[in-house]
Design a protein around this ligand. Structure first.
Ligand SMILES: NC(=O)c1ccc[n+]([C@@H]2O[C@H](COP(=O)([O-])OP(=O)(O)OC[C@H]3O[C@@H](n4cnc5c(N)ncnc54)[C@H](OP(=O)(O)O)[C@@H]3O)[C@@H](O)[C@H]2O)c1
Length: 245
């Protein structure tokens, strides 16, 4: 019997899993993307856009006769993960979370770990002057009122025009990034502090290495709480989970 798998995506791992799971016998894959980027919108065979909260997601799972759910969203995308947990529990659907392991500080790292974006924004004025802000475009506004700091910002796409931006320069780039180019960027803009989400994974880790090598302080935002449930850290482990059904 063919089982229908819904993968909640928006990460490289989700896309890799979708490709690999589609090659498993008796599994039909549906990949869902929020549609925040143009690349997401252009992804072949993906459904794009929100479901309409828990009720909308529950309805979708029923209407599409989904048998299995893998939440492979970004560790900071908490709303969709909570919605998925509630909807899957309600319907008794097996659900797995694919969550990368967090980065851990190593010798030479100069990290200040904070609980959330607001705490990162609040702590900066006590020591920083030129900050590299690599938190994506949706949270930039939290830094707009910070005074006496110049911000180098990096995002995949432009924020919407009604968003208030911090004072500085916005670079539009998509990872993966190269260590040497990250170092050059820190030097070119005379950066003293990097602000990053602790997103884990390899694609954006070079900025952390560059900060370590260049003696740049890192304000590291801890990942939010995820719902309870079974978790794996990589695509291979998620495929093993699938093979059990
Ligand atoms: N947050 C980050 O730092 C970050 C970084 C890289 C990639 N991403 C990716 O970008 C997407 C949006 O992130 P976010 O932080 O805005 O998420 P979020 O706060 O958890 O979700 C907000 C709303 O977006 C919709 N949504 C999110 N992911 C979806 C998916 N895979 N398929 C369909 N609808 C989805 C849902 O709308 P409804 O309630 O209407 O269903 C959800 O309630 C996620 O898929 C995530 O994997 C996020």
């Amino acid at each position: 019997m063919t089982l229908i798998l819904l993968i909640l995506g928006g990460t490289q791992e989700a896309s890799q899993l979708a490709t690999k799971a589609a090659n498993l016998p008796d599994i039909k894959v549906k990949l869902s993307l929020a549609g925040r980027t143009r690349q997401a919108v252009a992804t072949k065979n993906a459904r794009v856009g929100g479901f309409g909260g828990i009720a909308g997601l529950t309805q979708y799972l029923q209407a599409e006769k989904i048998d299995l759910l893998i939440d492979a969203t970004h560790p900071f995308a908490t709303q969709i993960s909570h919605n998925a947990a509630i909807a899957a529990n309600k319907l008794g659907l097996p659900r797995l979370m694919l969550v990368r392991s967090q980065w851990k500080p190593v010798t030479g790292d100069d990290w200040i770990e904070v609980e959330n974006i607001a705490a990162a924004s609040a702590i900066l004025p006590s020591f920083a002057q030129r900050v590299f802000l690599t938190i994506g475009r949706q949270d930039l506004t939290a830094f707009a009122q910070v005074e006496n700091i110049w911000f180098l910002m990096r995002a995949i796409e432009n924020p919407s025009s009604d968003i208030l931006l911090p004072k500085g320069l916005l670079l539009l780039e998509r990872g993966p990034f190269d260590i040497n180019l990250e170092k050059q960027l820190l030097e070119k803009y005379n950066i003293d502090t990097l602000v990053s989400k602790n997103s884990g994974g390899d694609a954006t880790y070079p900025k952390i290495i560059a900060a370590r090598d260049n003696g740049v302080k890192v304000v590291m935002i801890k990942p939010p709480m995820l719902p309870q449930g079974q978790r794996v850290e990589d695509v291979e482990a998620a495929l093993q989970w699938l093979k059990r059904f």
